[in-house]
Design a protein around this ligand. Structure first.
Ligand code: PLP
Length: 245
């Protein structure tokens, strides 16, 4: 077994244990393996160990990697901030966008998807940590946003995504995850999309077990499998202080 396969197996065990602590089966939690900065050959090791669900933060890197791994049985999620002028490129490789955070982006995606004649699963990104540097809607803006999204018929909202505050304070991390869960619970009752909005994408290498305990149905994990990244997280989120799993 390769080191990557061993780390992936260990991650699956921990996901299953955390799911059990929240009264759920392991299959209730989907793992999106985050491959940013990881070379295609190392990603392939994870694929050969059975991983099918991959995530990238940046369009250009994701597009290149998807091309390098063409033919592998994988599905790509866009999890990073998305500029409207990158919509055409992201739709070349991504089957899902988890970082939908504004109407102008929804409109740009919808326009391109209509041209392509396809639909797209999306998650609404929410800023649960109140940090000015984080992307995402404020919690208060979510209900109106969900109503407005119904105008874009190619978009299929499946739920919500967040990044918790990067802090060793587990209480604060948990609070962020609870905010997202409460938004979801309210949307299940009130939003026009109803039951479809079941998913909660929350939890990374440092906090995925807490996220699952709080109800995550999708975790986005990279470093716990591939090791520390060479680039600081500020490359991916303005102002983020470095954090490791
Ligand atoms: C990089 C990234 C992750 C995964 O972070 P790790 O520390 O590698 O687990 C999760 N979500 C987003 C949006 C990311 O950019």
């Amino acid at each position: 077994m390769t080191e990557i396969a061993a780390k992936l197996a260990r991650l699956h065990n921990r996901i299953a244990a955390a799911a059990a602590r929240s009264g759920r089966i392991a299959d209730a939690v989907r793992l999106v393996l985050v491959t940013k900065t990881v070379a295609p050959d190392r990603v392939r090791e994870a694929i050969h160990a059975g991983q099918t669900d991959l995530g990238e933060n940046k369009v250009q890197e994701g597009g290149k990697k998807a091309e390098a791994l063409a033919g592998e049985p994988v599905s790509w999620s866009m999890i990073g901030h998305l500029q409207s002028n990158k919509v055409k490129d992201v739709l070349k490789f991504a089957a899902e966008v988890q970082s939908l955070d504004r109407l102008s982006l929804a409109a740009a995606l919808n326009k391109r998807l209509q041209f392509l004649g396809r639909n797209l699963d999306v998650l609404v990104q929410v800023n649960t940590s109140n940090e000015a540097s984080k992307y995402g809607l404020t919690p208060e803006a979510v209900p109106a946003f969900l109503k407005e999204l119904t105008a874009f018929e190619t978009l299929r909202p499946q739920g919500f995504m967040t990044l918790a505050r990067f802090t060793p304070d587990e209480t604060e991390v948990r609070r962020c995850f609870r905010v997202l869960r409460e938004i979801r619970d309210r949307a299940l009752n009130d939003a026009p999309q109803g039951e479809a909005l079941h998913h909660l994408s929350m939890g990374m290498s440092g906090d995925y077990e807490t996220a699952i305990e709080e109800g995550a149905t999708i975790v986005r994990v990279g470093q716990a499998v591939f090791g520390p990244r060479p680039l600081p997280d500020s490359h991916y989120w303005p102002d983020a202080t470095s954090h490791t799993g």
